[in-house]
Ligand binder design. Structure first.
Ligand code: 1GP
Length: 258
């Protein structure tokens, strides 16, 4: 377990109103020709982080993808594991997810007990994260695989209380996810309600496919926006998405005495 300064960046973003943009990479879907295009565009555009993960990750691509990515760019790589096998010391950090929207004990604490000794001796920065699935209009892989019900899309109050409970339990950030490829991304109303009720960083993803929606989510209070699917289909979207999100940052005060 190492402090690579990753959570410090999320925390500072929350404190100063800076908005961050994350590209999600699923190692199972990666074709190496395409990934170099994604990496190149991400560097040019100023992507803040990569999340790496998927609900299955069945092949042995994880280490290889991480190694290739590290050779090509310096953007921090954070594992977003769909299960306890998705562990690689080649990443910089790991979202230690507790599925707090569900009532599957294994995903609240069970898998964590099994992986804890490996994580403790790993060089990864471990970031405890309250993971909340929100209904995105279709059954997503994560919903099926986790065997849990998502929070209904119109129940802003349940989402708020769940996030508040996560914060009170000491989780360091909240990730609200409609699931990869969701038909309906999370509403701005829910993002605003949750964001105004917690003091820890709020990550939002699932079904975001346009710069307008990414901007609206950041404006509503999301500190970090994650996009995977739409970028897999068209890597050229990265630039517009990054600009749309970064533009929602609070302007930094400059010290006129300097
Ligand atoms: C999924 O939030 C991420 O866990 C990203 O979703 O692939 O739909 O962008 P998309």
């Amino acid at each position: 377990m190492t402090n690579n300064g990753l959570y410090a960046q999320f925390h500072e973003a929350k404190q100063t109103g800076q908005k961050k943009f994350v590209v999600l990479i699923d190692p199972d879907k990666v074709r190496l020709g395409k990934i170099s295009k994604v990496l190149e565009t991400s560097v040019e555009a100023g992507v803040d982080f990569f999340f790496i993960g998927g609900s299955l990750v069945v092949n042995d691509m994880l280490d290889y993808v991480l190694k290739s990515m590290k050779e090509m760019c310096n953007i921090p790589m954070i594992l977003f594991p769909g299960n306890s096998f998705q562990l690689s010391y080649k990443a910089d950090g790991l979202l230690f997810l507790s599925l707090i929207s569900g009532r599957n004990a294994d995903l609240l604490i069970g898998k964590h007990v099994i992986t804890a000794p490996f994580l403790k001796i790993s060089p990864l920065e471990i970031i405890s994260t309250g993971y909340m699935l929100i209904d995105g209009g279709i059954m997503t892989s994560v919903q099926y695989m986790s065997n849990t019900s998502p929070i209904p899309a119109n129940k802003d109050d349940i989402a708020l209380c769940t996030a508040m409970a996560g914060e009170l339990l000491g989780l360091k950030q909240i990730y609200m996810d409609a699931g990869s490829g969701a038909k309906n991304p999370i509403s701005e109303s829910m993002i605003q309600t949750v964001s105004s009720g917690i003091n820890i960083p709020l990550i939002v993803g699932g079904g975001i496919s346009t710069p307008e929606k990414a901007a609206a989510n950041a404006k509503a209070g999301a500190d970090v926006i994650v996009v995977g699917n739409a970028i897999e289909k068209d890597p050229r979207l990265i630039k517009e998405l990054v600009i749309a999100v970064h533009e929602q940052s609070t302007p930094q005060k400059t010290n006129i005495l300097q």
